[in-house]
Design a protein around this ligand. Structure first.
Ligand code: PEP
Ligand code: MN
Length: 335
């Protein structure tokens, strides 16, 4: 349920109203928009007397929220969520570009790529230290040492870093990581999501291979229900019957997620297609559909990459993608 307050409602009135609601056993989420303040009620709202609430002088309207996701719902929070990371922001009109290797392979590799992607226009460095691989015989990542190398690259380039967590027991290793990624395979690892909900770290939540948009939003809700509202959604393709591509990029998820939720939406055209030459057209399409950012795999030597070489771009090709994406953005904003 949400209560939209009349313009001009004072902080004192908002505080009194939320105390009254909390005393009825409800969680209260306050969103101050440019004109209206919206109070979102979380929990069993069946016992709330809707007419009584609506009759209060400061209340303009009361609506029940039928969707099972509440904190992630745009009705609770009409303005876009903007997440501050270092001196950059994610969401609310900026274009975040996370780029880097699928996996961190050595200190030299990650430093070279970090400098190259920064020069090409990336705003963040990605790189997997803990790798979820289909085969247990494949490279599993450099783990703690990989995070050290990323931190070194952050120090040298100033780029914030994003890297994947697979086990909540590793959380202490992520202290200086700027964004913690939850990979597609862990989107419904609810214990991990709850643990991340107890932190204040920005979380990049990737859509599962076979998960619906509603399930993605419910997973975001798990993190937010714990008190961490810094969630970034990521569309990275879903599994379909198509075999020319690794997955099928669900472009409609971008405007739909923006309609349903206030959280930023990032698109990963690398894992969505699995094919390096398809990354540019899909990145352009994602930006035209309103994506708040992109996550792109870049490698200095894709042919010898330890993971996902076929979908990785060389730095020059990545620079070309950035130029194309910027052109799309300026064309779209002219309308
Ligand atoms: C990744 O970004 O490194 C990754 C493993 O992606 P996904 O979880 O989307 O497969
Ligand atoms: Mn990868």
């Amino acid at each position: 349920m949400i209560a939209v307050l009349k313009p001009g409602t004072t902080d004192r009135q908002i505080e009194n109203l939320s105390e009254w609601l909390k005393n009825q056993g409800l969680g209260v989420h306050i969103s101050k928009g440019s004109i209206h303040t919206v109070i979102g009620l979380i929990g069993d709202t069946a016992k709330i007397d809707e007419e009584l609430l609506e009759s209060l002088e400061m209340v303009e309207s009361v609506k029940r929220i039928s969707e099972p996701f509440k904190s992630a719902n745009r009705k609770f929070h009409p303005d876009d969520t903007v997440i501050q990371i270092g001196n950059t922001t994610v969401g609310g009109g900026s274009l975040t570009v996370m780029a880097g290797p699928c996996s961190v392979e050595s200190e030299e590799q990650v430093l070279e790529i970090a400098h190259a992607v920064k020069a090409a226009g990336a705003t963040m460095l990605r790189g997997g230290a803990f790798k979820p691989r289909t085969s247990p015989y494949d490279f599993q990542g450099l783990k703690a040492e990989g995070i050290e190398f990323l931190l070194e690259a952050k120090k040298e380039t100033g780029l914030p870093i994003v890297t994947e967590i697979m086990n909540a027991n590793h959380l202490s290793l992520f202290e200086n990581v700027d964004i913690i990624q939850v990979g597609a395979r862990n989107m419904q690892n609810f214990e991990l999501l709850k643990e991340l909900g107890r932190t204040q770290k920005p979380i990049l939540l990737k859509r599962g291979l076979a998960n619906t948009i509603k399930e993605l939003l419910m997973s975001a809700e798990y993190i937010m229900a714990g008190g961490n509202e810094n969630v970034i959604l990521c569309e990275r393709g879903i599994r379909t019957f198509e075999t020319y591509t690794r997955n099928t990029l669900d472009l409609s998820a971008i405007p739909l997620l923006h309609e349903l939720s206030h959280l930023p939406v990032i698109v990963d055209p690398s894992h969505a297609t699995g094919v390096a030459r398809l990354v540019k057209p899909m990145a352009m399409a994602a930006v035209a559909c309103g994506a708040d950012g992109l996550m792109i795999e870049v490698h200095n030597d894709p042919a010898h990459a330890l993971c996902d070489g076929a979908q990785s771009l060389k730095p020059e090709a990545f620079a070309d993608v950035i130029a194309a994406v910027k052109a799309v953005r300026s064309t779209c904003s002219e309308d």
